[in-house]
Design a protein around this ligand. Structure first.
Ligand code: URA
Length: 433
């Protein structure tokens, strides 16, 4: 087989077969196929797309390029959850303990944050003592005893995807539905999930900017999952504004605990309940979404999953005292208020700008090597639809430095205040089964 012929085939709009895709993925991962040929192929895929069969084969080939995590020693349906990324997205921290409380095993591998979006692993590490690295045996043991463990992604998970994604990043081929879908799903398949709930975000802080694009991506990923015998559901949820009120690592742990206590932000709570409900239906704890939603609303309202969260934290070396004494989490030295410049209603909050502002305070990384500060972040005191008066605080900055002028300006610019009350924000746009 010659790579040049496969590039030609794809360029002509023909579908590649299993042998050909395997040849490309293993050849590129091992360094036998050079970047320039792979770049040409990626551009041909970008323009000509892939059939659903090609996309599933590519997913499986990338998943199989490294370690395939075997979770068969854990009883029950292992339901994973993946978000396409957003600002203030702490849903995994909330749904993990809820689903575990229901007896469904949560054996989750999560990533770190980069750019304007945060990562679950960084957020957990803001809990004093929390260890995100467990041996495979300890990971399985933790899930078997506590029903939940969350660890960092293994370095050898889908290495083909890692290499191809880095190349896509510099060849303007990231925004291709089959390439995004196979990239995300390859990591889910390699990490051993039996069933998957995908949270596809849309809006100013998300990868997908329109509901239609999100639907196509969601449908492609659900079809990949099903073709590989993983029951998969995709929700399309809002990221026009950050999710919840807190952004920053310790801040988001604090807010997740509030939701688990039943006293959290209503919109964040509603999205978390829906995600947990779909996970628990896939995990076979309930037959219907409605039953699951009712039971999980009760769990959240009555703080029933807080003990599960404490056990999960303690089992990974963290201080479970943070649940009842959030002041044990890292706190920032300075607090500054950004105030409204006029009366009206908040009509827009640019999630990406807010994410970048939090990153500039030190809550996130501009480059992979950057160190993050767990204590810093933002509290959004006003969200879309809230009435504000001139001089009201719209956002509190938690900072570890005194000069935050640049960040204050970004936040002021990210908020738009109009005289008319905007339409209510839609939280969930669609669910793809
Ligand atoms: N996230 C991924 O993991 N891969 C993509 O291609 C895009 C987003």
């Amino acid at each position: 087989m010659r790579m040049v012929d496969l590039i030609h085939k794809k360029r002509s709009g023909e579908a590649l077969n299993e042998q050909e895709i395997q040849y490309i993925v293993s050849g590129y991962t091992q360094g036998d196929i050079p970047d320039y040929q792979m770049s040409a192929l990626l551009m041909a895929i970008f323009f000509n797309g892939m059939t659903s069969e090609e996309t599933s084969i590519l997913t499986l080939a990338m998943a199989g390029s490294g370690e395939m995590i075997d979770l068969s020693a854990i009883a029950g349906v292992k339901v994973d959850k993946h978000s396409t990324g957003g600002v203030g997205d702490k849903i995994s921290l909330i749904v993990g303990p809820i689903v575990a409380y229901l007896g469904i095993p949560v054996a989750k591998m999560s990533g770190r944050g980069l750019g304007h979006t945060g990562g679950t692993v960084d957020k957990l590490e803001s809990i004093p003592g929390f260890q995100i690295e467990l041996t495979k045996e300890a990971f399985i043991e933790a899930v078997n005893t506590n029903k939940i463990a969350i660890v960092g992604q293994s370095g050898n998970l889908a290495p083909a995807d890692k290499k191809i994604y880095a190349l896509r990043d510099v060849t303007a081929t990231v925004e291709s539905i089959p390439l995004i879908a196979s990239s995300i799903m390859s990591k889910k398949i390699a990490s051993g999930a039996d069933a998957i709930v995908l949270d596809v975000k849309i809006g100013s802080g998300a990868f997908m900017k329109t509901v239609n694009d999100a639907r196509v991506l969601a449908r492609t990923m659900v079809d990949i999952g099903k073709s590989l015998n993983r029951n998969t559901i995709a929700m399309i949820t809002d990221m026009e504004q950050p999710l919840g009120r807190e952004i920053g690592n310790a801040n988001e742990i604090r807010e997740s605990i509030e939701v688990l206590r039943g006293t959290g932000d209503k919109e964040l709570t509603a999205v978390a309940i829906s995600v947990a409900a779909y996970m628990s239906v896939l995990g076979k704890a309930f037959n219907t979404f409605e039953e699951a939603q009712e039971a999980i609303t009760d769990i959240v309202t009555n703080g029933k999953a807080l003990e599960t969260f404490k056990r999960f934290v303690a089992n990974q070396g963290g201080d479970p005292g943070v649940v009842d004494r959030p002041e044990l989490l890292p706190t920032a030295a300075y607090h500054f208020e950004v105030v409204a410049s006029k009366d009206g209603y908040v009509s827009q909050i640019d999630a990406e700008q807010i994410g970048i502002a939090a990153m500039l305070l030190g809550a996130g990384r501009a480059k992979k090597e950057d160190q993050i500060d767990y204590a810093v972040g933002l509290t959004l005191n006003k969200k879309i639809g809230d009435a504000v008066k001139h001089g009201d605080s719209i956002c509190t900055l938690h900072a570890n430095r005194e000069d935050v002028k640049e960040v204050e300006t970004m936040i002021r610019e990210a908020y738009r205040i109009d005289s008319e009350k905007p339409a209510a924000v839609q939280l969930i746009y669609d669910v793809i089964l």
